[in-house]
Design a protein around this ligand. Sequence first.
Ligand code: MRU
Length: 356
Amino acid sequence: MKIEGKEYRTIWFENNTVKIIDQTKLPHQFIIKDLKNVNDAINAISTMEVRGAPLIGATAAYGLVLSIIEKNDLSFLKKSSEDLIASRPTAINLKWAVDRMMKKLLGVNSNEILKIALDEAKAIVEEDVSFCQNIGLNGLNIIEKIAEKKKDTVNILTHCNAGWLATIDWGTATSPIYHAHKKGIKVHVWVDETRPRNQGANLTSYELNEEGIPNTIIADNTGGILMQRGQVDMCIVGTDRTLSNGDVCNKIGTYLKALAAKDNDIPFYVALPSSTIDWNIKDHKKIPIEERNSEELSHVEGLDKNNKLQKVLIYPQKSKAMNLAFDVTPAKYITGLITEKGICEASEQGLKGLFK
Ligand code: MRU
């Protein structure tokens, strides 16, 4: 998708280096950063220079390529794979991508391992692009139907950033929106700010602006009243881990939005590529929920009056804060799952019907 009119992807490989857009600097600075070794990749994931489930999976895949370039040695590769998986706990794509890479790489001759690793990492990236594109085409049908019935702008609420910046291109939740916009359907997006890291305001609104899609940032608690007033036609969010029973683990606050949508009879869709499905964990309480540094809550960063980035404390100095990064939305609150293979019910039957 575009930034200042130029097409970008979120990650690419060039001259033995992985290039990323540093998302901790957006929207105020656009910086392309080089990842030169596996530690750079681990650091980029844990500090959220790259974030979003599919993108951290792709970064981990390229991280293994960097590990081989650094030291073509099996025990180093195994250690790299463990460290990459540990770099963030909740999104399943990280382990999915590392496992897929290691399955290809174990037992391979050291003369050809780099080429095989690079080909597989590129395959993961290309597959994500085509999956996200298909998610868009499938989700477009839902938006089209609402637009035909309403004969007016379709108002869509989204949470966090499940946009192209969270994937390689297109995004998951945003892909149906981009496809609708390209088809000439009038859409407007309510963007949850998504405290504490503000991925909605800093990333979703930013990327929608760059594509010319009307959007309005709202405080995370505003969605409920907008739904009561009839100003939301549908919600679409992403997911970091989807259980086989249809429960969805996504950015903290998703659950509360789903409850409000249910209470107001508003369709609540979750968009995902199959790489986000966890077929093993059956009970959502077993999902590792990331708890991040409380400084993400107590401090905010922004431009001061001299256009300089500043970080300031906004809480009482003596207060404690807790920063859980994800929550779980039970399947019963989800209208449907929009996947690369079609739309299904959020249930074991629905998912197995498409994927097994
Ligand atoms: O903590 P983040 O920014 O990595 O969280 C991202 C989300 O929760 C997204 O909604 C999710 O990864 C889906 S991305 C297509």
